[in-house]
Design a protein around this ligand. Structure first.
Ligand SMILES: CC(C)(COP(=O)(O)OP(=O)(O)OC[C@H]1O[C@@H](n2cnc3c(N)ncnc32)[C@H](O)[C@@H]1OP(=O)(O)O)[C@@H](O)C(=O)NCCC(=O)NCCS
Length: 137
């Protein structure tokens, strides 16, 4: 498996989301989002994109989104590798003495995948619940 940076195409993005039953956005909205990514990673085998992960953020706060391993490739530690690459990017871009807050929303039942990578569930002793609002138009 080869991991490539900043090569995530709309076609792979659309196909990988559909492969795990996630609703897709319109092409225009998705292409705009991809263009605004801070950093993306894909896992490629024989010219076939098997997985992806995407980072958005500003150097202090980061959000990890669109972590998807195609069902044919799950449970082979590809998701873990994608997360390590995204976290290495953040580590590399955080100055000595600085800090970065990395956030994500786990799918129901997938929390343990992220816990193995050092993420903590909220709420906990210092934080209330994560919150989100979806705006439909
Ligand atoms: C969740 C997902 C990214 C994990 O990727 P993966 O390559 O299959 O996972 P890995 O092989 O790296 O697994 C690492 C660990 O994560 C945990 N894990 C993996 N898949 C899991 C699942 N479906 N549910 C709960 N925990 C899971 C396990 O602890 C696993 O360790 P183990 O193999 O020693 O038991 C992948 O299953 C996927 O794309 N699912 C559909 C989309 C999705 O839910 N994305 C995450 C959004 S929050």
């Amino acid at each position: 498996m080869e991991y490539k940076e900043n090569m995530l195409s709309y076609e792979d993005y659309y196909r990988l989301r559909a492969s795990v039953g996630w609703k897709n956005f319109s092409r225009l909205q998705a292409e705009t989002a991809l263009n605004h990514s801070l950093y993306t990673v894909i896992a490629v085998e024989n010219d076939h994109t098997a997985a992806m992960g995407r980072l958005i953020g500003d150097g202090q706060y980061y959000m990890i989104v669109d972590v998807i391993v195609h069902p044919n490739f799950q449970k082979q530690k590809i998701g873990t590798s994608i997360l390590h690459i995204l976290l290495d990017y953040i580590d590399h871009h955080t100055p000595d003495g600085g800090r970065a807050s990395v956030q994500l929303i786990a799918e129901k039942g997938k929390e343990s995948f992220y816990e193995t990578l050092g993420f903590k569930r909220v709420p906990h002793e210092f934080c209330g619940s994560g919150m989100r609002k979806i705006i439909h138009k």
